[in-house]
Ligand binder design. Structure first.
Ligand code: PMV
Length: 325
């Protein structure tokens, strides 16, 4: 599930370890999952984050170089609210290691940053796994998920925990907040086109907006959340039965409910319509909404035309992923 490679220690080339973790999309159930309903998220293995550790000079302390974020963190000096430093410190402490080992940690990611594809969670998952690998351990996914969750809390405030779970398990997950996640395997692979609207929309803001609106009308919002929860149950049934084409209308209904709870935008609606018009079986926003990404369920043969139609309709980045292959 994770690629962890060890190169043998050489005289002038100390031990080098590398670990990786995938990007992710939420298939169905975002927002309602914050209120205890189930959701399904899937990894995006076509885009991964990688962490590499090699011993640094004696006395150098621990440096984390996150190339895509253009950040160099000296662990001993990083403030407590630095999510990456927090995750690194918690991992070192859990392993009983010194808090500032002489290590050079390099992080690289193919996952677009701040676009709802879980780049922060994936970088931190790769970091946790690389620290374990450096001392010859393999953490189980639940440990990785718990450590990454510490960082997610700093990024997002009150995250449901679905992002850290899916990147840590690296498989489709059925998730209910506060309960042990269940991984599952689609009976048949299915293909998604993921399109980035290009509009940055911090998840904590859309989550806060839903909370404010729900406080004014809890019954109505809870009905919508229940309806989303039922769609998620239906999605799991069809995925496990290999009837993936039935996911299309489920996406469409989920998108309509996300419109009701106020997290879609005219631009996302426009992109969703463009995907359907180009032959997608269904499409919806994915993640926090207000911008960010959408996903479209496609036949393999229509993946390219749907991707092209999304670009023509204004998506700034499009990728194709096959789930369960
Ligand atoms: O924006 P993303 O892809 O990180 O997803 C957020 C999902 C929400 O359900 C809106 C929030 C959460 O914590 O689950």
């Amino acid at each position: 599930m994770y690629q962890t490679s060890f190169l043998p220690p050489l005289r002038d080339h100390p031990k080098l370890v590398t670990a990786s973790a995938p990007g992710k999309v939420i298939l169905v159930g975002e927002h309602a999952v914050v209120y205890g309903r189930p959701a399904i998220a899937v990894p995006v293995w076509e885009r991964v984050a990688r962490a590499t550790i090699q011993p640094g000079a004696a006395g150098s302390g621990c440096w984390i170089v996150a190339h895509d974020l253009r950040r160099r963190i000296h662990l001993a000096d990083a403030p407590p609210e630095d999510a990456m430093a927090l995750v690194a410190r918690a991992t070192l402490a859990e392993l009983g290691l010194p808090p500032n080992p002489d290590w050079q940690i390099e992080l690289n990611s193919e996952i677009p940053i701040a676009s709802g594809l879980g780049s922060g969670a994936a970088l931190n998952a790769a970091l946790v796994r690389a620290i374990h690998a450096q001392v010859g351990c393999t953490p189980d996914p639940a440990q990785v998920s718990d450590l990454v969750y510490l960082g997610e809390q700093l990024y997002h405030g009150t995250p449901s925990g679905i992002d850290n779970t899916v990147v840590a398990y690296g498989q489709p997950v059925w998730f209910i907040k506060g309960t042990a996640p269940r991984v599952f395997t689609p009976a048949k692979p299915f293909t998604l086109v993921i399109a980035d609207s290009g509009v940055a929309s911090p998840t904590h803001e859309t989550v806060a907006g839903v909370r404010r609106r729900r406080e004014r009308d809890p019954q109505r919002y809870d009905r919508w959340f229940d309806a989303i929860g039922e769609l998620v149950e239906e999605a799991r049934r069809v995925i496990e039965a290999g009837e993936c084409e039935a996911l299309g209308p489920i996406f469409d209904r989920n998108h309509a409910l996300l419109q009701q709870i106020g997290v879609s935008t005219p631009q996302l609606d426009h992109l969703v319509t463009a995907a359907r018009d180009a032959g997608a079986r269904g499409a919806k926003l994915s993640g926090g909404g207000g911008g960010g990404n959408l996903i479209a369920l496609v036949e393999r043969a229509s993946a390219q035309p749907v991707a092209a139609a999304l670009e023509a309709a204004g998506a700034i980045r499009v990728m194709i992923t096959t789930v369960g292959a």
